[in-house]
Structures are given as structure tokens and as C-alpha cells.
Design a binder for this molecule. Structure first.
Ligand code: PEP
Length: 252
């Protein structure tokens, strides 16, 4: 059985004080909830502060990006060593906003995946098509190219620590959500790809999250799909009530 993950991507929101307020509220309303792994991904500046509040709790810490080097003259970048030092267990890699605005490519995603895994961080690797891709019937081809790129030379052993997030670009922050059937079809495609390119056990064990305007009202139906193992939540993770409601509504 795959343990679902509900992960909150806080993007470039929350000062340290605001982050403390949010994580304390999440912790309080989460209580002894244990039906999913709950992960929060604050901005870099709040990582360690948040870690101080969730250490020894069931909430896990993730970062939103990293560089593929451990250290060096890379002004403005952040290394996996630093993320580990802040208490991170997870790191989001290849989010569509990074691909769209910051030149992230399938190759850089792969470099980041490799170093994250070497350093003991668990990547949440994002894939997803644009509206133009979908309208041109290119969804599977785009997802396949992203998977091929991200997973080049990743070993079977490392796959135990990888999470995939399917996030249709047209659904992120737009209020438009894929229907459960549309999402399930792509999740199934990803799992089949994992079977062909790794093996059936790895495909069965890999968590594949859905992301894109997930809200308390639509989470249950999405998460009920066979191949959807939780969510990567943006906007709705910025308020404890909606984030927790998604976790509680979604996971039976
Ligand atoms: C995201 O940032 O990964 C995301 C899915 O955002 P939203 O839930 O706001 O669409």
C-alpha cells in the first residue's frame, strides 16, 4: 500500500512570522492525523524556523528548489547540504513555475534529482503539460519526455525515495482542475511508464501526487482515483483550514 502524501507548496509567500503562525495552526488542527504524510514546503528563509516547530511532530519539511552542486560560487542558489542542514527531507524539483520563469529544463531537473538523491533528500519531481500541449493531443508525449529527462540514470534503489507530482500547467493557480478521469488517465500513463522503464514493483510503490487548484471541495474525488496518491497543494496550503480540510476530506 502506498502511503499518501499531502504536500503544501507555499511558493514565495510567508515571512518567518507568518510561517510560524501557519505551521502552528496546521500542527494544532492536524492532531493525531496519520492517514497521510503531511509535508510543508516554505520559502528558504522560513525553512529552519518551521523545522524548529515541527521537529518531532508528524509534519515533514520540504524545500521548493535546489542547485545540483554541493557548494561553490553560485550566487543566489541553494545547495542540498544547506537544505538538509535546515531539516528538509523532501525537495520539489522541476515545478512548472521554475520551468516557465527560470529556465529549468529536463536536463537540469535530472542533475538536481541525482544530487538530491545522493544527499538523502527525497525529490518530488513535477511533470505536466501546458494547455497548448493538451489541445494538440501532446499530453502523453510531453509527460514522457519530462519523465525520460528526469529519470535518466536514476537507479532502481533510488526510486524508493522518489515522488512524482503530475501538475497540468493550465491547472496551477488558475482555479481550473483536471477532472478526476483526466487526472487518473495521466497518472496511469506515468505508472505504466515507470513499469516499462524500471519495473512493476517500483511502479506500484511510487507515490504519484496530483497538483493544480486542489481545494477541499474537489480533493476527495481526485484522491479516490486508483493512481492518485495524494496532492501537491499551492494556494490552498496557505491557510491551515483549507490545507487540513484537503488532508481530512481526501484520505479515507
Ligand atoms: C502548485 O504550486 O504546485 C500548485 C498546484 O498550485 P495551486 O494548488 O495553487 O494550483
Amino acid at each position: 500500500m502506498r502511503v499518501p502524501i499531502i504536500a503544501g507548496n507555499w511558493k514565495m509567500y510567508k515571512t518567518m512570522g507568518e510561517a510560524m503562525g501557519l505551521v502552528n495552526a496546521i500542527k494544532k488542527s492536524l492532531g493525531s492525523f496519520d492517514k497521510a504524510e503531511v509535508v510543508v514546503c516554505p520559502p528558504f528563509t522560513a525553512l529552519n524556523t518551521v523545522y524548529g516547530l515541527i521537529e518531532n511532530s508528524m509534519i515533514k519539511l520540504g524545500a521548493q528548489n535546489l542547485l545540483w552542486e554541493k557548494e561553490g560560487a553560485f550566487t543566489g542558489e541553494i545547495s542540498p547540504v544547506m537544505l538538509k542542514d535546515c531539516g528538509c527531507e523532501y525537495v520539489i524539483i522541476g515545478h512548472s513555475e521554475r520551468r516557465q520563469y527560470f529556465g529549468e529544463t529536463n536536463e537540469t531537473v535530472n542533475k538536481k534529482m541525482k544530487l538530491a538523491l545522493d544527499m538523502g533528500l527525497m525529490p518530488i519531481v513535477c511533470v505536466g503539460e501546458t494547455l497548448a500541449d493538451r489541445e494538440a493531443n501532446k499530453t502523453n508525449a510531453v509527460i514522457e519526455a519530462q519523465l525520460k529527462g528526469a529519470f535518466a540514470d536514476i537507479s532502481n534503489d533510488d526510486m524508493a525515495n522518489v515522488v512524482v507530482a503530475y501538475e497540468p500547467v493550465w491547472g496551477i493557480g488558475t482555479g481550473k482542475t483536471a477532472t478526476p478521469d483526466m487526472a487518473q488517465a495521466v497518472h496511469k500513463f506515468i505508472r505504466t511508464w515507470l513499469t516499462s522503464n524500471f519495473n512493476a514493483d517500483i511502479a506500484e510503490a511510487t507515490r504519484i501526487l496530483y497538483g493544480g487548484s486542489v481545494k477541499p471541495e474537489n480533493a476527495k474525488e481526485l484522491m479516490a482515483q486508483d493512481d492518485i496518491d495524494g496532492g501537491l497543494i499551492g494556494g490552498a496550503s496557505l491557510k491551515a483550514e483549507s490545507f487540513i480540510a484537503i488532508a481530512r476530506n481526501a484520505i479515507a
